[in-house]
Design a protein around this ligand. Structure first.
Ligand code: HXC
Ligand code: NAP
Length: 267
């Protein structure tokens, strides 16, 4: 057990992280690199992903930043091939690219709905499907970033709820199909994470933020490190027998409203 959790536990491994130019996924890429993995990373913006990769290299890691839109299968496939040519077979794939905006269903055009489903769900399929031929088999670990909205409906989030529910089911289907090849497929579901674009969009004022926290069992937002550590555990040898699972790292979000006034207290 002690051997599993050594500081360089991903030494010699190759990781591919989609949506890694900012926020939670960027922190995951950094954590994988600190643990010894060589990290290929993509996002739409060549400049942003280049800077994110450069930051890892400045900290002594090995990273390659490439531009690709996860909605474009051929472009994603080309970056996966480049990653494999550059670093060798891929051990870890993290699919976390996502888009969100707050809007009622009636304030959403068909293109608005489709855009989020295309990035979150179809993009995840594209990344995982295109990765398969480049994976180290047996032994590869695939992780998608989902959200509590996959199981907990939320107003003004119809697109995200539908897309992330699809990500959860895709995770379980691929785990069944690819398990026999020695490929594990899991997802991590972050709750509200502080200092992220996601929460800046969902909780834009201190009042809304306080409401969110009051409903959480743990009463506080999580951190990007909470999610990075969960992913590190999952893709390490410590997670070698885990597949088809959605791990909630969400402060209790998926449990429901835990505010003290959710029910009147018995006297
Ligand atoms: C209604 C909107 C809208 C809004 C965009 N659209 N914003 N509709 N209300 N606020 C509509 C547009 O009008 C357009 O439809 C369609 O969506 C596509 O918009 P584009 O701007 O052309 O799309 P694109 O450039 O591809 O950008 C995608 C995006 C954008 C999702 C709209 O916000 C983005 O790039 N987001 C990436 C960053 C991000 O969202 N991070 C947060 C991830 S957190 P029409 O019909 O006009 O053409 C997350 C949280 C999960 O996922 C849960 C957290 C707890
Ligand atoms: P973020 O900083 O906006 O990260 C999204 C990333 O995806 C960015 O690097 C963005 O980079 C990239 N991206 C967006 N569209 C893309 C596309 N079409 N192709 C390729 N890359 C694309 O958001 P975040 O808040 O950290 O969220 C990260 C993940 O956690 C998402 O999957 C989100 O759903 C999930 N999540 C977040 C929270 C939260 O509290 N923040 C809670 C639950 C789940 P470019 O702009 O450079 O393309």
């Amino acid at each position: 057990m002690a051997e599993t959790f050594r500081a360089d536990m991903l030494q010699g491994k190759v990781a591919f992280v989609a949506g890694a130019s900012s926020g939670i996924n960027q922190r995951i890429a950094e954590r994988l690199a600190t643990a010894g993995a060589k990290v290929a990373m993509i996002s739409r913006s060549e400049e942003k992903i280049g800077l994110a990769a450069e930051k890892i290299r400045e900290q002594g890691g090995d990273a390659l930043g490439m531009a690709a839109d996860v909605r474009d299968y051929d472009s994603v496939a080309a970056t996966l091939k480049k990653a494999r040519d550059h670093y060798g077979e891929i051990d870890i794939v993290l699919s976390g690219a996502a888009g969100n905006f707050v809007a009622p269903a009636l304030g959403m055009s068909a293109n608005g709905f489709r855009t989020v489903v295309d990035i979150d769900l179809n993009g995840t399929f594209n990344v995982l499907r295109a990765a398969f031929e480049h994976l180290k088999k047996p032994g590869a670990s695939l992780i998608s970033i989902t959200a509590p909205q996959a199981v907990k409906p939320q107003i003004y989030q119809a697109h995200v709820c539908a897309a992330k529910a699809g990500v959860n089911m895709l995770t379980r289907c691929l785990a069944m199909e690819w398990g026999p090849a020695g490929v594990r497929v899991n997802a991590v579901s972050p709750g509200p994470i502080g200092d992220t674009e996601g929460m800046a969009r969902l909780a834009p004022t201190p009042e809304i933020e306080a409401n969110y926290k009051a409903q959480l069992a743990l009463r506080e937002f999580g951190t990007k490190d909470d999610i990075a550590d969960t992913c590190l555990f999952l893709c390490s040898d410590a997670g070698r027998y885990i597949t088809g699972t959605i791990i909630d790292c969400d402060g209790g979000t998926a449990l429901g409203d835990a505010s003290s006034d959710a029910l009147s207290r018995p006297e």
